[in-house]
Design a protein around this ligand. Structure first.
Ligand code: MG
Length: 267
């Protein structure tokens, strides 16, 4: 009897402790404001990109979008991707239809993608030409009109959203095509679910390195700090943020070939 009471007491104590931890973490999220993770300095220098920064796909690339159809994509809400295909070979967000994602899942990749901000000048800041390229569906490389459109620097184009600002701002004008050439190393996790190695990303925007082997600190929420939760391969996702942002010439190369390294021969 005594043993039973002790076990029950221990069980209840653990239960209350867990409930307490859950309520504390909820309280932390509730207390945080979006502005807590928005920073305005130092402003990346505005520079002029070279004229032609478009790159054709190499022979081993998987073509995710060639201007003709969305057969490699699906809506995150289930069913077909409902974005528009334009006459000029672009795909354009149809506001309200939701994010789209690749049918295939990926880990380490080189991802090349071209994007274009709409000419619509009605909005400003985060509401002007907002979209995003999400690696593994949860790590957002921001897409935003960065031409004379001030916003927090860790939320401008070329930033890892709400994390790291770009090293420079080589933006073109709205209506002109921009290029992202991305090299991405997925995070590694331990068996127990803890993070073993963070994700890393290099981003070349219009031919200019704007993220240089940058550590990604976790997911990229609007409110709150980044966190890691164990996951495996996952789709590339493009964001519907109510702006008619366009994309074209999208290709990807999974980076999982074997390599030789001198490391094992060094003492
Ligand atoms: Mg976005």
């Amino acid at each position: 009897m005594k043993t039973a009471i002790t076990s029950t007491t221990i069980f209840l104590s653990i239960l209350f402790l867990m409930l307490g931890m859950v309520s504390i973490s909820c309280a932390q999220d509730q207390e945080m404001e979006p502005a807590d993770t928005e920073f305005y300095e130092p402003e990346p220098p505005v520079i002029s990109a070279g004229e032609n920064t478009s790159i054709d796909a190499p022979s081993d690339a998987i073509i995710l979008f060639d201007g003709t159809d969305l057969s490699n994509w699906e809506s995150v809400n289930g069913g077909e991707a409902e974005w528009d295909i334009e006459e000029d070979g672009a795909m354009t967000v149809v506001p309200g239809t939701g994010n789209i994602q690749t049918k295939e899942s990926f880990g380490d990749v080189q991802l090349y993608i071209e994007w274009r901000s709409p000419m619509n000048m009605e909005h400003k800041g985060q509401n002007r030409g907002n979209s995003g390229v999400f690696l593994q569906k949860i790590y957002e490389l921001q897409v935003l009109d960065a031409h004379e459109n001030p916003t927090y620097i860790n939320g401008m184009a070329g930033s890892i959203y709400k994390q790291t600002s770009p090293l420079a701002n080589p933006t073109r004008k709205p209506g002109e095509w921009e290029t992202y050439n991305i090299s991405y190393k997925a995070p590694r996790f331990n068996e127990d679910g803890s993070m073993k190695e963070p994700a890393r990303i290099t981003v070349i925007w219009n031919g200019v390195v704007v993220q240089n082997n940058t550590e990604i600190y976790g997911h990229t929420p609007y409110i709150g700090y980044p966190e890691y939760n164990k996951h495996g391969k996952a789709p590339i996702m493009l964001q519907d943020h109510n702006s008619k942002v366009s994309y074209r010439n999208i290709w990807i190369r999974p980076l999982d070939n074997d390599q030789f390294s001198i490391k094992d021969h060094l003492e």
